[in-house]
Design a protein around this ligand. Sequence first.
Ligand code: AMP
Ligand code: MG
Length: 411
Amino acid sequence: MGELLSVDLARKKLLGNFTRLGGELVKIDEALDRILAEDIIAPSGLPRFDNSAVDGFAVLSEDLRLASLDAPVKLPVVADIPAGKPADTVLKNGQAMRIMTGAPIPEGADAVVPVEDTNFKSRSPKVITPTTVDIYNSPKIGENIRIKGEDIKAGTHIYQQGEVLRPQDIGFIASFGTEFVKVYRRPRVAIFSSGDEIIPVGESLLPGKIFDSNGLILQALIKKHGGDCINLGIASDRFEDVKNKLDQAAERKVDLIISSAGVSVGAFDYVRHVIEAYGSLGFWRVNMRPGKPLVFGSYSDIPFIGLPGNPVSAFVGFLIFIRPAISKLAGLPEVLMESVQVKLGEDIKSDGRESYLRGHVKEINGEYVAFLTGHQGSGNLYAMVQANALIIIPSGVESLPTNSKVDAWII
Ligand code: AMP
Ligand code: MG
């Protein structure tokens, strides 16, 4: 019989078998939520050239020192500068050029007067550029000019490897013209369910059968945590069928294989036996509730985790063991779930194993208070669905009165 490991030791043993995957180049428009495998240094400054912050008139500020609403200064408009096209002449003393937001500041100009401060309020490109403009305001040097490099200087260290790319990062990196970034490869995770009673959604239900929930829970969790899931479907309760799924996973050269069910001591629980016979077994029992029978080992040198069949156990097992393993493969720091301290809103019984109870945490008078949701049986997924937290009862504790302080994972 395998020893009963503590959750902490089991997780340590398991995580010791995972290392970060290599990097790959992806197009910037496919890099959202990916993890950088390189540092990024600004290859240029931004903006790249002085440009106008408003629609208006580029001028020389010294020409307008005395301009006001009562005494406008009239200037000839010698050019029209749309965004995307630099002026081909230099602005001289006593001249103005109409300019649009984002257009390059012409040589010679040192300020832009917004259209609002002139007698020419129209922004429409259809309106012909006026030959003269009356200016009602005296701009300061540099007014309404976005200076080259004001956002960022070339050579600034922007990103460190390991950072996760957000939408604003994608746009920012693209603004340097960078088309590809190096990110860590996404972990490829094969999953299969097992059990003669399990049928896929979409098929018709026969007496004694149930639909496969675990496969879909795992698929969603893997996706949510940045992995690519290869769902191999359902193995029947036969040694050969379980082995066959493992062979399929090995053929696909995945980074991790996960199964659910068939890991207990039932007459038809073959998963552990196949791993013992054809792979290598690390451990198979953890001192936790739900989910004591949990197999860790390898098959074809690929790490293997056999989760229990009860959906709540499979879910909890994923959060405890697989989530940090995927993070490690993906190049993220090995972060555990964030835990908060809560006060029990009711008396709680446990059986001495480290327990992850389905609960609802709410704030009452500035304190987090936890209540159990529904029936705590590990097959009861609805109690999990109603929960917003897993309330953790440490190992060795069999009962806790109302108001006791415990840790909880917010889920
Ligand atoms: P086992 O570990 O095979 O004894 O399964 C434990 C319990 O989990 C049994 O009640 C199974 O019917 C149930 N179970 C196993 N696999 C699944 C699955 N994929 N979806 C939902 N329930 C499952
Ligand atoms: Mg079974």
